[in-house]
Ligand binder design. Structure first.
Ligand SMILES: *Cc1c(COP(=O)(O)O)cnc(C)c1O
Length: 235
């Protein structure tokens, strides 16, 4: 078995063990940023379907690659980076198999996406990105504002299918046992479900990366975004 497939299977096995304990189902998004399409294809053939990128240019290029188009017809792309408004039309019209934009963090962004999708008569899965660490430079909507963004999307953005909440979390916490960013996201989901009378099983939580995906699953993550642990370190 190839090294990449080996890495993938180790992580999938770990995800399976942890999610069975919690009786949740957890999706793995392989974050392929900076990595070549050959790596993506290898993992696709090993069974991986969800891949994530954080730059629109790179996502556009990879998703239109001839080998990807011919060999990976069932691939599903997630966008996990900050989306600038001048890139909205490109991501919505030039990325085949775009499955989800995980980083909706303002009413303006939601409206622009919705208007563009409406013209194409298309819908798109999204997550609301929350800045759980309150770091100024980090993107994501502030915790105090996310319910009004959710409400706005529900009422006015019919092309957007809000599947849940996402956080990157504080990079300062990476090697500690500090779960506060995860706990903030869990608390947000609770508020959302209480207010709209939803089951918590209906709201996904995208949290956890290479260094903390196991802890994230233990506390209830349903989407983990793992890059370097699968692909190796980025340069
Ligand atoms: C790069 C990235 C990841 C993956 O990071 P690793 O530490 O390599 O697993 C996850 N989420 C987002 C938003 C990223 O930009």
């Amino acid at each position: 078995m190839s090294k990449l497939a080996d890495n993938l299977n180790t992580i999938l096995q770990r995800i399976k063990e942890l999610s069975e304990l919690n009786q949740t189902s957890v999706r793995l998004i392989a974050i392929s940023k900076t990595k070549p399409v050959e790596d993506i294809i290898e993992l696709y053939h090993a069974g991986q379907r969800y891949f994530g990128e954080n730059y629109v240019d790179e996502l556009e290029k990879k998703s239109n690659d001839n080998l990807i188009l011919t060999q990976c017809s069932d691939i599903r792309w997630h966008f996990v980076g900050h989306l600038q408004s001048n890139k909205i039309n490109r991501i919505l019209t030039r990325v085949p198999n775009l499955d989800c934009i995980q980083t909706i963090d303002s009413i303006e962004l939601a409206d622009r996406l919705n208007n563009n999708l409406q013209k194409q008569s298309k819908t798109l899965n999204i997550l609301i990105q929350i800045n759980t660490s309150n770091e100024q430079q980090k993107s994501g909507i502030e915790q105090k504002d996310f319910l009004s963004l959710y409400e706005h999307i529900k009422l006015n953005c019919k092309q957007l299918i809000c599947q849940g909440l996402m956080t990157i979390g504080s990079l300062d916490n990476v090697n500690t046992e500090d779960e506060s960013d995860f706990q903030v996201l869990i608390q947000c989901r609770k508020e959302l479900c209480d207010k709209y009378n939803l089951s918590i099983n209906d709201i996904e939580l995208s949290m956890g990366m290479s260094n903390d995906y196991e802890r994230a699953i233990q506390v209830g993550s349903t989407i983990v975004r793992v890059g370097s642990l699968i692909f190796g370190v980025r340069h």
